[in-house]
Design a protein around this ligand. Structure first.
Ligand code: SF4
Length: 354
């Protein structure tokens, strides 16, 4: 069965896949992975916090929420020069994608957003995939980001709709879906995934996958995070996720969204290289590099490179997957033209890696 465009997965169908005996699950996921992706290529991405802490939201897992007492210091928006320097360093270290995160509830039009647009233009010219995670955005803001050359916008669903309320009260699941819909009206790709280990049931993990697969088209990118329980947050006492749970989640995500880039995200510090290798076999094809993931610890680059060497993995070049989806052209936006139009043509753009 071609699951490529299947948007009507039921909870029962996905649960059945998730609960397969591990060897059957791994075999099936690895088979799908080989059909749609190069199993020996993994994208290295860098996550850069461009505005840290002081967030008005109450996400129970997040040390950047102003209301929790954590060790995270607040910083105002990073300068363009610093962002450019960090991006160059990330690229030199093998990253082909830079994701800039700002601890905002939503984007406000004004000088700070203009500055972020300038960052997007700058990194786009460096021939890296540029991604942003800035909170909720309007359709117009999405179009302005598209015009600046944004490749992807990250906005996670985090969990099932039912469990979302247990974790966050300052915005709704529908708010999340609305922002994703705004991004979809542009040619910016969608990155949306979630976190396991927040005290949710397996059914909530399945519910999140149902919600993600019902998006048409599927998100081009799905990060799967394992909670990093940070002291001072409401989830500080949650137990670490078992590696087998993470492998099951990665494998199930790969099977139900075959074309999607599945990203192994937060929580890698607790994983052995062997555990990560099983995640790659199960269909993960991206890691985040650098010793910090926004504000939580991440394996050092040298450890990652040792693992890549041992496994014979090759870091993926930017823009080799496929063309951007054709949606509303940014020229339709009501905002004045801001610099260059998105230019997605890159060497190898149409060359499939599979
Ligand atoms: S996850 Fe994002 S929106 Fe939620 S508290 Fe942290 S920075 Fe704010």
């Amino acid at each position: 069965m071609d699951t490529l465009k299947k948007n009507n997965w039921t909870r029962e169908e996905i649960r059945e896949i998730h609960d397969l005996p591990m060897m059957d699950l791994l075999y099936r996921a690895a088979s799908v992975h080989r059909e749609y992706h190069d199993p020996n290529t993994v994208q290295v991405s860098t996550l850069l916090s461009i505005k840290t802490g002081g967030c008005p939201e109450d996400c129970s897992y997040c040390p950047q929420a102003a209301r929790y007492h954590t060790d995270v210091d607040s910083h105002k928006l990073m300068s363009l020069d610093k962002v450019e320097f960090m991006a160059a360093q990330a690229k030199a270290n093998g990253s082909s994608r830079l994701c800039m995160g700002a601890a905002w509830r939503n984007v406000k039009d004004g000088p700070e957003f203009d500055e972020v647009l300038e960052m997007v233009r700058t990194i786009n010219k460096m021939e890296m995939e540029v991604c942003c995670t800035l909170g909720m955005i309007t359709e117009n803001q999405a179009k302005r980001l598209a015009e600046a050359g944004l490749y992807a916008y990250n906005h996670n669903l985090d969990s099932s709709e039912e469990y979302y309320k247990e974790v966050i009260s300052t915005r709704s699941y529908q708010d999340r879906l609305d922002t994703i819909a705004n991004v979809r009206k542009t040619n910016v790709t969608v990155c949306s995934g979630g976190i396991i280990g927040m005290g949710e049931k397996i059914d909530d993990r399945i519910g999140m996958l149902v919600a993600l697969t019902s998006l048409n088209p599927h998100p081009e990118s799905v990060p799967i995070n394992a909670l990093v329980a940070v002291e001072g947050t409401p989830l500080e006492d949650e137990k670490p996720v078992e590696i087998w749970e993470l492998i099951r989640m990665v494998a199930t995500t790969r099977i139900v969204m075959p074309e999607t880039q599945v990203r192994l995200s937060a929580g890698r510090t607790n994983m052995t290289p062997e555990g990560q290798a099983l995640c790659f076999l199960a269909g993960a094809n991206s890691i985040f590099s650098g010793d910090k993931l926004l504000t939580t610890p991440n394996p050092a680059k040298s450890e990652d490179m040792k693992m890549f060497e041992a496994l014979g993995l090759i870091p993926q070049k930017p823009f080799v997957k496929k063309a951007q989806p054709e949606t509303v052209e940014a020229a339709d936006s009501q905002v004045p033209a801001l610099g260059e139009k998105p230019k997605w043509t890159r060497p190898n753009l149409h060359k499939s890696t599979s």
